[in-house]
Design a protein around this ligand. Structure first.
Ligand code: NAD
Length: 370
């Protein structure tokens, strides 16, 4: 059995609290001989600023490059609101994304049956929902040049952002989408605005070509991103994998997030290119939520998003789909037993803290693995 090297970056606020439950899970998996994980830890965000005056050190970056996967908690908090811009806590995450070339952001929107009532939509619309929003993460309008605000001298200013996509950027994100779909329900929906944007025209053309050349067995459908947003709240179960650019992906993934009820439930993965020599790809796994300073230190944080992010690492970095399925089933079983952290509490359920939820998930895992 090969040793799998993980770099754990707990970060700030509730980051270390939810990461503790992932460590418990790793310990359990190592003990049961399911896999052999070797872990290292590093500082990122505000805690790294306090120690080193930067949001992430070169030494930690070297460890991130050497690791098979990076497991990230959350960063930030009011304590660091006035630190220099380049050293702000989020700069650590942005450097990881940039230096590791993490261009593909995978955000599943899964609605556990036990939580269907927490969604703002009707139960039958979201119950059992399991879709993925795949967002291009390193290109598009957030990074395109020119990006300026110019004083026009007549009391007016002009702001410019530039949406840019090259063929290779669309090709590689499309491939990730089709490969994901092949392991799921075999359907990709590509979203852009080809009716008003040139980047939308190219996006549509390139996705169509990659499909025709390499992935004919997968069903491909195109929707305009605005209509797609509407469909996402009308009948989200029509989708399997949605692939879209950085800007639309930012918005659509937040819309999809709300379908499932709570921020504390949502995992994510960011993947880089496959290295042609090692066949491995750089990857970072993190919950969608932030450091939740309002509840940090109270032991109330929901660890499910963090644990589900680790399950994504098993699935996407290590090909351990069965083990990832087991963890997802253990989460569903703990919820079905009526256990709830405060953020997902409803009438008639039992309130538990971070540690109890982590322990309950392992107890369910224990039963499932037996
Ligand atoms: N990737 C990241 O590290 C990341 C992402 C978003 C925000 N942030 C940072 O986190 C800090 C707080 O930001 P925010 O309040 O806008 O967002 P947040 O996600 O930290 O919190 C939003 C709300 O959701 C609750 N919440 C979040 N995660 C939870 C969990 N696991 N269990 C229970 N409740 C949970 C919080 O208590 C809060 O009420 C800021 O400094 C922000 O910059 C970091």
């Amino acid at each position: 059995m090969a040793t799998l090297k993980l770099l754990l970056l707990p970060g700030d606020g509730i980051g270390p609290e939810v990461m503790a439950e992932v460590k418990r899970l790793i310990g359990w998996m190592n003990k049961h001989g399911m896999e052999r994980f070797e872990t290292e830890e590093g500082l990122v965000g505000g805690c790294c600023y306090d120690a080193h005056k930067v949001a992430i050190t070169d030494d930690t970056m070297a460890k991130a490059r050497a690791a098979d996967a990076v497991i990230f908690g959350a960063v930030g908090g009011p304590k660091w609101d006035s630190v220099p811009y380049d050293a702000r806590p989020e700069a650590g995450l942005l450097r990881l994304r940039k230096d590791l070339g993490l261009f593909a952001n995978i955000r599943p929107a899964i609605c556990y049956p036990a939580l269907a009532e927490s969604s703002s939509l009707k139960r039958d619309v979201v119950d059992g929902l399991d879709i993925i929003i795949l967002r291009e993460l390193t290109g598009g309008v957030y990074f395109g040049e020119p990006k300026t605000i110019t004083d026009l001298g007549n009391g007016q200013k002009r702001a410019i952002d530039t949406q840019v996509y090259d063929t290779y950027e669309i090709e590689r994100i499309s491939r990730v989408a089709f490969e994901l779909a092949r392991k799921r329900r075999n359907k990709v929906t590509s979203m852009e605005k080809r009716n008003v944007m040139k980047t939308g025209v190219l996006w549509n053309e390139v996705v169509t070509q990659v499909h025709a050349r390499e992935f004919k067995d997968v069903t491909l459908e195109h929707q305009l991103a605005d209509a797609g947003g509407m469909q996402l709240v009308r009948w989200p179960k029509q989708f399997d994998v949605i692939v879209t650019d950085n800007l639309f992906g930012d918005m659509l993934s937040d819309v999809a997030a709300m379908l499932t009820g709570s921020l504390g439930m949502l995992p994510s993965a960011s993947l880089g290119e496959v290295d042609p020599k090692t066949r491995k790809r750089k990857a970072l796994y993190e919950p969608v939520h932030g450091s939740a300073p309002d509840i940090a230190g109270t032991g109330a944080a929901n660890p499910i998003a963090m644990i589900a992010s680790f399950a994504m690492a098993l699935r996407y970095s290590f090909g351990l789909g069965n083990e990832a399925d087991l963890i997802d089933q253990a989460i569903a079983a703990a919820l079905a037993r009526g256990l709830r952290t405060a953020d997902i509490k409803s009438e008639g359920t039992t309130l538990v803290g971070t540690t109890q939820m982590g322990e309950a998930i392992i107890a369910e895992l224990e039963k499932l693995a037996a």
